[in-house]
Design a protein around this ligand. Structure first.
Ligand SMILES: Nc1nc2c(ncn2[C@@H]2O[C@H](COP(=O)(O)OP(=O)(O)OP(=O)(O)O)[C@@H](O)[C@H]2O)c(=O)[nH]1
Ligand SMILES: [Mg+2]
Length: 184
């Protein structure tokens, strides 16, 4: 089963996600400084072998990190279709995300990678819709808990796309823009 959970967050899930994922640039700098200190200490105590062991541990650390990838953008740009396409590619089976012509996705739904449960895609509702107005969007989708955002755009790049990208960058979130419907 590909879909590991769907629905809006419960408070406990919000806390778990926040605790597990979010790093600011400052956190990252601090982690690098800590690693350098650890390596220096290992070198003094255990020589080259001790230092190599620390390197190895650090090299493998990322494997246990969860990465929450949020798919966002205007309604109808193809967010859910994109997730379904990835699911099809990964599993050979049909994706479960509902696709439609009008505001279709109404809750944040998550889909785990079949071979790596640490990679989680989140299908977010469209930005600036009746249920998810621009002003409340970041709060309602709980933007702080995701590690990276993919903003789907179709046909043309709009002010709303720019607004979304800026809002996310102000929150220190990595943003990737994806253009859909390129043959239309
Ligand atoms: N031509 C074309 N149509 C697409 C593409 N991707 C999605 N669509 C169509 O666009 C419509 C909206 O797709 P969805 O995947 O539901 O879009 P969404 O961004 O999830 O929409 P909301 O859930 O309302 O926010 C559907 O009719 C899809 O079949 C694409 O790459 N090319
Ligand atoms: Mg959708």
């Amino acid at each position: 089963m590909f879909c590991i959970h769907t629905g809006t967050y419960k408070q406990q899930e919000k806390t778990e996600l926040s605790n597990a994922q979010s790093y600011s640039l400052e956190d990252l700098k601090q982690r690098i400084d800590n690693t350098v200190t650890e390596c220096k200490e290992a070198l003094i105590e255990g020589g080259i072998a001790g230092c190599l062991q620390v390197f190895e541990e650090k090299e493998n650390e990322w494997k246990s990190q969860k990465v929450n990838i949020a798919i966002t953008g205007r309604s109808g740009t193809g967010k859910s279709s994109f997730i379904n396409a990835l699911v099809k590619k990964w599993t050979g089976k049909m994706g479960l995300a509902a696709v439609g012509f009008t505001e279709t996705t109404t809750e944040c739904a998550c889909y785990g990678h079949p071979n790596n449960p640490n990679i989680v895609l989140w299908d977010l509702p469209g930005v600036d819709t009746e249920a998810f107005p621009k002003e409340d969007y970041m709060t309602k989708v709980n933007a702080d808990v995701y590690d990276v955002f993919i903003i789907m755009t179709d046909t043309r790049y709009t002010e709303l796309d720019a607004w979304l990208g800026t809002e996310l960058q102000e929150r220190n979130k990595p943003v990737i823009f994806v253009r859909t419907k390129i043959r239309d």
